[in-house]
Design a protein around this ligand. Structure first.
Ligand SMILES: [Mg+2]
Length: 251
């Protein structure tokens, strides 16, 4: 099979739509550090109170990958505590941060993530920023399409906000009752905001759900970014091409 032409030029396309986390920015490090800070504070208090269970500090790499990475917030709390033989009441997602429940610990971690984003501790992938600048210099429009409610804060913190003509984020999804990825609706909404037909736009995504959204929305070109062992899944989801970083698209 001949590999598809991936040059992003104005004769072929009018716009490029980027997913946020994993494509433009990485917040993985913020999440890991926030888990560690929250658990270490909790474990110190737990030990101080003489309660049963292992209370040595959270291991940034091993514990992160084994117990919390990729899991919903409260499942991560439950799974790590179980590994330490610590049993807490479930509580609810509305518990205040000073409660000692699964819900409260999850909320403490979320608050730390929000603080880190507000403090600007967000990293943009330099080669992704370079691609956004290059396509804009060629006269193409750009959009960010993300499920995150923190999207605008992250863009501001990473100093990327001025580089986009349209933003479809978690807040707009809620306000307009849009179907999230893998449905194509958020990308189609961005195309509508930019005033261009989907076949004249490129979609760039690192998640299978996002690639599927681009494919099902019949966008002109769907590029997957494999940030680690995800290549086959992205191709199966309908990516026309998978790259390991956006520097490969700079021409
Ligand atoms: Mg992503």
């Amino acid at each position: 099979m001949k590999s598809p032409d991936i040059s992003i030029t104005p004769d072929r396309f009018d716009a490029v739509m980027f997913d946020l986390d994993g494509v433009l920015t990485s917040t993985a490090r913020i999440h890991a550090a926030s888990w560690k800070q929250m658990f270490d504070d909790f474990l110190a208090d737990w030990e101080g109170a003489g309660k049963p269970g292992r209370t040595d500090p959270f291991e940034l790499h091993a514990d992160y990958l084994r117990y919390v990475d990729g899991k919903p917030r409260y499942d991560g709390v439950r799974s790590f505590l179980a590994s330490r033989g610590i049993d807490l009441p479930e509580g609810t997602p509305d518990d205040p941060p000073d409660a000692v429940t699964i819900g409260a610990l999850g909320n403490r971690k979320d608050a730390l993530v929000n603080e880190a984003i507000a403090a600007g501790r967000v990293e943009a992938y330099p080669e992704s920023t370079a691609l956004v600048e290059q396509v804009r210099a060629r006269g193409l429009k750009t959009a960010v399409v993300s499920s995150s409610r923190h999207c605008r804060d992250v863009l501001r913190a990473a100093r990327l906000a001025p580089l986009f003509d349209a933003v479809v984020d978690g807040n707009l999804v809620e306000a307009e009752h849009l179907a999230g990825k893998p449905a194509p609706d958020t990308f189609l909404r961005a195309a509508q905001m930019l005033g261009i037909p989907p076949e004249r736009a490129v979609v760039i995504e690192d998640a299978g759900a996002g690639v599927q959204a681009g494919h099902d929305g019949r966008f002109g070109l769907v590029i997957g970014i494999d940030r680690g062992d995800n290549r086959d899944a992205l191709l199966r989801a309908g990516a026309d091409r998978v790259v390991s970083n956006l520097g490969e698209l700079l021409r």
